[in-house]
Design a protein around this ligand. Sequence first.
Ligand code: ADP
Length: 315
Amino acid sequence: MYDYSGLTPQQITEVGWLQIVHPDDREENIIQWKHSVGSGEPFLFEHRFRRKDGEYRWQLSRAIPQKDAKDNIQMWVGTSTDIDDIKKHDQQKDDFIKMASHELKTPVTTIKGYIQLLLKMNSHGKDPFLSASLQTIDKQIYKLTKLITDLLDVTKIETGSLQLNKERFFIGDTIKEIAEELETTVQTHKIKVQLHANPAVYADKDRIAQVIVNLFTNAIKYSPKAGEIIVSLNTIGDNLLISVKDFGIGISKEDQARVFERFYRAAGKDEKTFPGFGIGLFIVNEILALHNGKIWVESEKDKGSVFYVSLPVNH
Ligand code: ADP
């Protein structure tokens, strides 16, 4: 610390180590530290320390209480690790994702428009090869658009600019409509809808639809050998509970805790064969958190998974 800060032991003893913490990080630093001292819980915090050349660099600090036989704290032992380079790389990666998805959006939207036009012009199917090719391109462009909008959503979540446009709607009707529409496009699975209630909720309809579509498409994608998905809707007190059940490859206990993380994909050999890049459930989780809702999963490997969504009805 003396080396890093260029301060002498005396300067640190007199003024305290907080003098090297960035002014913007000090207040929270004090709150967190007081909380740890008061509760005896370990201290874990990211803050910027001023180096002797005046540059502030991010540090990850951690302190653990050392207790005597009677559980009294005798002292705290701590470390601070320079994580400035890692932070910068992370920021660069986020900036790149933001820029790339923005730049990709316009050309892809234009291509999509022209494909739709060509499909219409060739709707009488005079040239079957052309029709089939256009339909294939259309499908792939749809996938590409989905990837790009997902990436844009991740950026919005990271910058806290994902906005909700709330309205009142019957969520059971929305679930039914999505299930019917998906069934016609994906001929491999039947979606059994069990509506035990159909409450009117006050929420962002498009975003909630996005959550449901995501859970359905995952259930279909990860159960290639099964032909059925079961979705149910119940109300429990002031909350509604949606469950989406599949009979597919399932998720191991370790992965269940992590599938909602950004870019996390289960690592088994089964999963590698499925396309995707692990942001669907991250977005779903964030959308629900913005609605004060929750999502969790129960699953057994090779038996299937049930994803549960709970949402306050009147929020
Ligand atoms: P993606 O499907 O694009 O990889 P998601 O964020 O939607 O990303 O899902 C994260 C991971 O969770 C997936 O890679 C997969 O391993 C696992 N997963 C999600 N839904 C299911 C499901 N219904 N059955 C089995 N595994 C699933």
